[in-house]
Write a protein that binds this ligand. Structure first.
Ligand code: DX5
Ligand code: ZN
Length: 218
């Protein structure tokens, strides 16, 4: 039987001026982990925050931190994010030539590791690293901004990843990120997603608890 779908609110859509309250609100609503989008203005055309934000957040929540690096050459900084308290640490295969080494070094540090692909990257790009990953993240929007529209072909791509996971006899979590709404969450979960990242949908809602509960029941 499929495990319960996990919900990871993306703090990119939170009010950065009251981050503690925003995270506490999501924790009270039953979120399973906090998704932290790190952007460098080079790999993506937006800048968010770095390791200091991660270590500061870590002091105020007991939820696992799911750190999604959208930075060029992540090998330069992964150890800093590990030290800062990342529980899951994912990076884009498009941003590095050291995917395998990097997954190994994150794993060795006792942190759950994962590779991410952007919408135009073939799912086959993950084939080789699948057996090493604790989590695999499929972008269902172009990385860089919250509140974008879900790219429909992501459903087919998620099904491909599910097959790849079976072939690799892997138990990696399949995570999806971008444009997840109450309207498409069921089809995304049916396609195989174990973890739904949601920014705008949760943070702009008056009743995020209901949405988290709905996602949990998928
Ligand atoms: C986009 C980020 C996402 C984003 C999702 O680059 O990786 O995590 O915050 O936001 P929504 O759910 O609003 O599309
Ligand atoms: Zn993200």
């Amino acid at each position: 039987m499929k495990n319960r779908v996990l919900v990871a609110p993306s703090i990119l859509s939170a009010d950065f001026g009251k981050m503690n309250e925003e995270i506490a609100r999501m924790e009270e609503c039953g979120a399973d982990m906090i998704h932290c989008d790190v952007m460098d203005g080079i790999f993506v055309p937006n800048i968010t925050f770095g390791f200091k934000m991660i270590s500061d957040i870590k002091k105020h929540t007991s939820l696992p931190l799911d750190v999604h690096l959208m930075i060029d050459k992540p090998e330069r900084y992964v150890s800093r994010f590990i030290d800062a308290g990342a529980d899951f640490l994912t990076f884009h295969v498009e941003a590095t030539e050291k995917t395998i080494e990097l997954l190994e070094s994150i794993k060795k540090a006792g942190v759950k590791c994962g590779a991410v692909i952007s919408p135009d990257t073939p799912t086959m790009a993950l084939y080789e690293c699948f057996p090493l990953c604790d989590i695999v993240l499929l972008m269902s929007v172009y990385p860089g901004f919250g509140g974008q529209k879900f790219i429909e072909k992501s459903l087919e791509r998620m099904r491909e990843l599910k097959q790849m996971r079976e072939a690799a006899k892997s138990s990696a979590l399949l995570e999806i990120d971008g444009g997840i709404t109450e309207a498409n969450a069921a089809s995304v979960a049916a396609a195989g997603a174990d973890v739904l990242v949601a920014g705008n949908t949760l943070f702009s809602s008056e009743e995020p608890r209901k949405i988290v509960e709905k996602f949990h029941s998928l």
